[in-house]
Design a binder for this molecule. Sequence first.
Ligand SMILES: Cc1cc2nc3c(=O)[nH]c(=O)nc-3n(C[C@H](O)[C@H](O)[C@H](O)COP(=O)(O)OP(=O)(O)OC[C@H]3O[C@@H](n4cnc5c(N)ncnc54)[C@H](O)[C@@H]3O)c2cc1C
Length: 481
Amino acid sequence: MAEGGRTYAVVGGGVAGLAAARLLAGLQPVSEASRAAGGARVVLIEQSRRLGGKVASGELAGSPVELGPDQFLRRDPSAERLCRQLGLGDRLVAPAGGTAGLLAKGELRPLPTGLVLGVPTDLAALAKSGIVSQEALAAARSAATRRRPFSPGELGLEGDPETKELSAGEILRPELGDEVVDYLVDPLLGGINAGRVDSLSLSVTAPGIAKALLGRKDVIPALRSIPSAPRPEGPSFLGLEGGLGALPAAVARELGAAAVELWLETRACGLSKSPGGYELETEGRSLHCDGVVLATPGGATGSLLSGLAPRAAELCSSIAYGGVSLVTFAFEAGSIALPAGWTGFLVPARERKLMTAATFSSRKWPWMSRAGLELVRVSSGRFGDTRAGDLDDDELAARLLAELSELVGTTAPAVDRLVKRWPASFPQYRPGHRALIGEIRSLLPAGLALAGAALGGIGVPACISSGEAAAEQVLAPPRAA
Ligand SMILES: Cc1cc2nc3c(=O)[nH]c(=O)nc-3n(C[C@H](O)[C@H](O)[C@H](O)COP(=O)(O)OP(=O)(O)OC[C@H]3O[C@@H](n4cnc5c(N)ncnc54)[C@H](O)[C@@H]3O)c2cc1C
């Protein structure tokens, strides 16, 4: 075996762990600072029987459907690059264009133009949308209320660790007013994270907004002045025809061909230091390894670190998670009157519904409408709202179908439905999250690195990048003392 017979373990077979395993196996180029990868024994340990974690596709009434994410951003190129490297380039497809809507004051309305993660920058468009009241518009239009500019500490940006970071809600509510925040920012910025703006860090969930506010006393003019970032040509988002589940399946084939050992249905349950490396315990066998990447959610990472780095373990376990429950309904094409030209709508918490969003899946992704059906995915659950988790599948589906039917004004029965639950699946990036991750990292011994959504990027590309970065860190030669 080349590379001095080294062994590397990756725990967690979501996209972060898969990306880490590829790099450790020499399937992804490494930076010059790292030891050359390849030739080592690489073991990927996953507790479930399939790889991909939250990236999963399924089938409903003969149509392929997404069970988790259905698209990824192209601005961080890692997901698109990975798909192309795996030969999936010809399946990359942009979502069909269309309007996104929002439920406000009991009525579905199109989202106004000019939103930056829900923060309005075009008040005329906001006024026209009818989403907020005249009073709310007047409040958003009025001059900035702040006496001093936003500081790096308040915004959670580097350079001022002594000041307490404010939540996105604490930053935006005084400037935009509660109505604008509740109807627009909370469903968009909060919704992406299955959380609420009042307990999320702006610098982690919307770093571009946080940076734009630094040194400013206002919000809307500050966001209007953000120079548009260079964007890749073409669509902002991509999905995969047939489902994103093809991505982990292709990585699994590639890893198998590169002799990476895939230990499926194997839960890692302990990690300790041993001479020259680590001893990783699973239920059944143990593995001596030179380096380890933990690409697991916060709680699992915390319990694996408990013997080795107790304070880091405690901090990992303190990361709270929100859960979601999704029901995809299949309707006979033409039997349900969805708003024309729309791809879905959001439901703010202020509307007090069980549902949080509806995606008109087969309109957004024409490859899903193979069986002549109209597919609609209805989401429920956000951090602090556990009502969906308390209902059984039949009750959940009945409640969500009733809400959808009332909103789109139809009584069409669903011909089939698929319930998918993702309990504790969205890490909540609370104020101070960036500092928390920094502290966790500083407490880890050499040869051990963390990856995955818990670190601070919920999207698939961010998770892939974090897996690759963690693998690089494990390969990097130890720094001289
Ligand atoms: C419903 C939904 C919709 C989403 N929509 C989008 C979207 O449209 N676009 C987007 O970019 N992102 C989206 N996301 C977010 C994105 O899918 C996730 O953040 C990302 O896939 C997480 O990847 P990960 O590798 O960090 O973790 P995971 O996918 O959670 O993988 C972690 C893996 O670790 C395994 N594991 C845990 N403990 C152990 C243990 N002790 N031993 C062995 N294995 C263990 C788990 O079984 C799991 O397979 C969505 C997520 C959900 C749930």
